[in-house]
Design a protein around this ligand. Sequence first.
Ligand code: ADP
Ligand code: MG
Length: 237
Amino acid sequence: EEDVAEYKKSLAIRASGFDVPRPLKTFEECGFSSQLVSAIKKQDYEKPTPIQCQALPIVLSGRDIIGIAKTGSGKTAAFVLPMIVHIMDQPELQKEEGPIGVICAPTRELAHQIYLEAKKFSKSHGIRVSAVYGGMSKLDQFKELKAGCEIVVATPGRLIDMLKMKALTMLRATYLVLDEADRMFDLGFEPQIRSIVGQIRPDRQTLLFSATMPRKVEKLAREILSDPIRVTVGEVG
Ligand code: ADP
Ligand code: MG
């Protein structure tokens, strides 16, 4: 625990303005807790993928990020691992309600995959993950959210439904991930995304991942991220 604090302190010194933290080469450099390291090893993740090398130090430093990398490059762990650290850092976990980490994804399949990945890394920390997407009973999801969670993975439409039903509040939410932002736009979710973002406090950390960066997505990123660092890995259109 102390190691990650030291690492983050060193990042905070370097991560101001355009001063981008150096990419890392190993998971050990992150100073993750021993539980998190063993959860990573259990997945047979020997070393971070290129997007993880670049994104982990930036996100752990607290900066907003635009991550552009193609499918299969390991973006999920790039936002889930720092999210675990962020949640474990909250001084008074028990006092308020509602998720701390909010992840939006375009489809139920993707939301479910992220849910499974988040569960693998959060289980040993006692962090609860809920998934919320269409095709499941709204009442069941309402009950699950009411029981409480620290991470919610959702498709935008269903998350809006749950917010309207007051199944959850965004009072505690300080870490927002928009995954596959280009696909969410293709599916017409821009208004829902804007509504969700508008319900989350402005001093949040915001992460936007996308395989491509069409102008509409660029515009949204400029509006909702604050002083983001952009990372592009591989050839992207
Ligand atoms: P993306 O979101 O960029 O499409 P995913 O996060 O779904 O990619 O990861 C793609 C695959 O790579 C998954 O099967 C995941 O478990 C695996 N993976 C992620 N990070 C690593 C790593 N550091 N080492 C080995 N495999 C990894
Ligand atoms: Mg992905």
